[in-house]
Design a protein around this ligand. Structure first.
Ligand SMILES: Cc1cc2nc3c(=O)[nH]c(=O)nc-3n(C[C@H](O)[C@H](O)[C@H](O)COP(=O)(O)OP(=O)(O)OC[C@H]3O[C@@H](n4cnc5c(N)ncnc54)[C@H](O)[C@@H]3O)c2cc1C
Length: 301
């Protein structure tokens, strides 16, 4: 361990891994190593680590479940911080739930169901964590997670800050999270619900997924955002790209907005395939597609 990192991690109580391959932490199964991988044990540990990284000018990337992340082949120079252990979820008065950023979406949806609270059932179908969902304003079935937020707790500008949802700027798969801002927890406003009705909704959503997304190879869900009034999958299909392959990266046969790792793909394969798709869709439909997947890290050799 270099002296710099020795000093940085002196107070840290969580788990650390050096040179950690990120391919194992992303659903696309590509990406080079992070210099360091850190798992803070609790909020105080996280805040202490973030402060010392900031003071020393060390780049930091927060990772949730890695289900919306394309890490380039050169990996990440700095520290990747997983909030997996910040996983407390509790019921508050007034039909509110507070969840830390590392709670998984299915865990939160289950908790709401057990508390007979309705409004977040769609999250059960979205792989990842509450922090990741809030950061990208994940959604499905015509609704998105920020619409259910009452209060948000972030680390912003070096300190903890509480926000009313109305103070945040967000929209379709968009939430204006500042570059060094970390989502720590959120309070959700829900409504009382009937357990049978909630179970029925969950079953309907599950059936819809099984029908519309029969993709079994590693993927990150929808790769591109839907342009206004259009569907990205339709534009890609119209461009004749169903099944199109660059190296190990492929447009899924079953869903043209899903790019899959068909075996041995590199991040570069995905980036080249994405560039090809954007070019062909521009030519055939005149539409500029925008990635929904977040692209991070350094290029490989
Ligand atoms: C099969 C499949 C189906 C999917 N279906 C949907 C769907 O229906 N709807 C949908 O919206 N998405 C869908 N996705 C995409 C993905 O599940 C969501 O975007 C999810 O919210 C990503 O969460 P994550 O925890 O994995 O975030 P990650 O992929 O780990 O991170 C995503 C981004 O958020 C940032 N981030 C993560 N946590 C924090 C934090 N605490 N503070 C600040 N920034 C943070 C990361 O730095 C990164 O930029 C699907 C993916 C798959 C594989």
């Amino acid at each position: 361990m270099t002296r710099l990192y020795g000093d940085i991690f002196r107070q840290f109580r969580g788990e650390l891994r050096e040179n950690e391959p990120l391919a194992g932490h992303t659903s696309l199964r590509v990406g080079g190593p992070a210099d360091w991988w850190a798992l803070p044990v609790d909020r105080a540990d996280l805040l202490g680590l973030l402060a010392v990284l900031e003071t020393n000018g060390v780049p930091c990337l927060i990772i949730g479940g890695g289900y919306n992340l394309l890490v380039r082949d050169g990996g990440f120079r700095g520290v990747v911080v997983s909030l997996e252990r910040l996983a407390t979820v509790e019921r508050l008065s007034g039909d509110r739930i507070r969840a830390e950023a590392g709670v998984t979406n299915p865990q939160l949806a289950r908790f709401c169901r057990d508390e007979r609270l309705t409004g977040l059932e769609f999250l059960a179908m979205i792989p990842g964590t509450v922090g990741g969902a809030l950061a990208v304003n994940a959604g499905a079935h015509g609704t998105a997670v920020m619409e259910r937020v009452a209060r948000l707790v972030t680390r912003t500008g070096g300190s903890l800050r509480e926000w009313a949802a109305t103070e945040r700027s967000f929209g379709y798969r968009r939430h204006a999270v500042a570059p060094a801002e970390v989502i720590v927890a959120a309070e959700f406003q829900l409504e009382p619900g009937d357990a049978n009705a909630i179970d029925k909704l969950l079953a309907d959503y599950r059936a819809h997924r099984q029908e519309s997304q029969r993709v079994t190879l590693p993927n990150a869900g929808s790769f591109f955002k839907n342009p206004l009034g259009e569907q990205a999958w339709r534009l890609i299909d119209r461009a004749g790209l169903r099944g199109c392959r660059v190296g190990g990266a492929q447009v899924a046969e079953a869903h043209t907005n899903f790019l899959v790792n068909a075996g041995g793909a590199t991040a570069r394969d995905f980036l080249e395939l994405a560039a090809l798709i954007k070019e062909r869709v521009r030519e055939t439909s005149g539409v500029e597609l925008e990635e929904e997947v977040r692209i991070v890290g350094e290029d490989g050799e």
